[in-house]
Design a protein around this ligand. Structure first.
Ligand code: URP
Ligand code: ZN
Ligand code: ZN
Length: 472
């Protein structure tokens, strides 16, 4: 099957030019002006942007967390991604306490078998148990399975997900030795636990107390601790969902010093603020995710950090729950509201609208943040994350002029609400291709379940070419 994309404005992290792209056997095989080739399918991309497919390295599909299971499985979630121009996710497989790492990973492969994805999927592994279930020797072998990043949570004291500094540090030492990247959810769990108990004892049960019991200092302290632990262990570290100046400061300092430290923020921190969680009734529960929504002023701080490469990626932390039936588990106690929200489908819409169209970032920087940098950091580049000869033909033909209104009534997540409900944006994916196969065209899903494949990722700092990992 061959495809010719004619006359589009091709935008990568580095370039911006008009050309044709010829796709053969799932890969980009030629790029040039007025290509003289025959193709099975021709797409006219005149007046459209042609972007590399989005890479979102922070999703939680079909995951038991917070006393319930996230609403989107690997089919629903990836359909949602496809409509939003994301063609690869790296999802968090979980080693629950008592399980070996192989069992945790096998469970996630089983989920892909059952709920077949329509975009490509890699896995990180969430490490929860180095005592009963997983051994350090087994942890060290995960790159052989194409899994080259571990995630640990400094937060969520008293839950399966929490790790103490000893577990984090031991994992970091394994990562330093085997070429993996450690991802940290950085919040001081002990301090938050005290604040949550105090709030509840005072009868403060409303959703807004989720924010008020997780002050920015708890994120800043833990971010600094994670960075210093990684420095002692000599491993690269990636701080997930950075939400505030207190966390940006230690990341900036580390990056200026040349340490192997990176950070991401997520779309919601750039648009949702404390006023959303501080609404009458139980509406605020929709915005209960962690770290929590911060005061509005914070958003300029985050935009500046993504613009200046203090933060290097924007993910979604897609962790969809239903408001009715799941969020309501915490109607009398904010600490029982499952933490997380949907967002995968609207990342490109939102960042194009509020980043590019407002002049905060360039189109090239948008591509870098949503596609190229996550692909590079997580062992997917240059197969993913760019438009180049030899790369997978994961391509978004984006109409920069079409207006759409973001809404749960049209999104494809199973969640019954949308974080950005009613937001009007100009610019939306028109055609989305995965390895040259059309997934979505004019708001219709063309892809069959299972067209998405598991991707074995290269080690940290290595490139992924033609399915094989090679030293960069
Ligand atoms: O509230 C959040 N962020 N839920 C997903 C799990 C996590 O902490 O990343
Ligand atoms: Zn987290
Ligand atoms: Zn997350």
């Amino acid at each position: 099957m061959s495809v010719l994309i004619r006359n589009g404005r091709i935008i990568t992290a580095a370039d911006d030019y008009v050309a044709d792209i010829f796709i053969d056997n799932e890969h980009i095989s030629l790029i040039g002006e007025s290509l003289d080739v025959e193709a099975d399918q021709v797409i006219d991309a005149g007046d459209k942007y042609v972007l590399p497919g989005g890479v979102d390295v922070h999703t939680h599909m079909d995951t038991y967390f917070g006393g319930t299971t996230t609403a989107d499985n690997h089919y629903d979630g990836t359909v949602s991604g496809a409509f939003g121009g994301t063609t690869t996710i790296v999802d968090f497989a979980v080693q629950y306490p008592g399980e070996s790492f192989a069992e945790g990973l096998a469970n996630w492969h089983g989920k892909l078998e059952t709920n077949k994805p329509v975009i490509d999927v890699g896995f990180h592994l969430i490490v929860t148990d180095l005592k009963g279930g997983g051994s350090l020797e087994d942890l060290a072998k995960l790159p052989d399975e194409g899994v080259t990043s571990y995630k640990l949570f400094m937060a969520y004291k008293g839950t399966d997900f929490y790790s103490d500094d000893e577990a984090i540090f031991k994992t970091m030492k394994v990562a330093a030795a085997n070429g993996s990247l450690v991802m940290i959810h950085a919040e001081n769990a002990d301090a938050i636990d005290v604040l949550v108990k105090e709030a509840l004892a005072q009868g403060n049960t409303a959703p807004k107390y989720h924010s008020l019991t997780r002050p920015p200092e708890t994120e800043g302290e833990a971010t600094n601790r994670a960075i210093q632990l990684a420095r002692i262990a000599r491993c690269p570290v990636y701080i997930v969902h950075v939400s505030c100046q207190d966390a940006i400061d230690p990341i900036q300092r580390a990056r200026e010093a040349g340490w192997d430290v990176w950070g991401e923020t997520c779309t919601q921190y750039l648009r949702v603020d404390f006023s959303h969680i501080d609404q009458p009734g139980f509406e605020g529960a929709k915005y209960v995710y962690t770290p929590p929504p911060r005061p509005k002023e914070n958003q300029d701080v985050l935009w500046n950090a993504v613009r200046t490469d203090v933060l290097s990626a924007i993910s979604t932390d897609h962790c969809a729950f239903l408001w009715d039936g799941q969020k309501t588990m915490g109607k009398d106690d904010f600490s029982k509201i499952p933490n997380g929200a949907p967002g995968l489908e609207n990342r490109l819409h939102m960042i194009h609208e509020f980043g590019v169209r407002t002049g905060r970032i360039s189109l090239n920087r948008m591509v870098e943040l949503l596609s190229t940098n996550p692909a590079k950091l997580f062992g997917l580049y240059p197969r993913k994350g760019t438009i180049a000869v030899g790369s997978d033909a994961d391509i978004v033909v984006f109409d920069p002029n079409r207006k759409v209104t973001i809404s749960a009534s049209t999104h494809h997540s199973k969640s019954d609400y949308n974080l950005f409900e009613g937001t009007e944006v100009t610019g939306t994916p028109e055609i989305v291709l995965l390895r040259g196969n059309v997934l979505v065209e004019n708001d219709e899903l063309i892809a069959s379940p299972g067209i998405g494949q598991f991707v074995r990722r290269a080690k940290f700092g290595h490139e992924l070419k033609g399915g094989a990992a090679v030293a960069a």
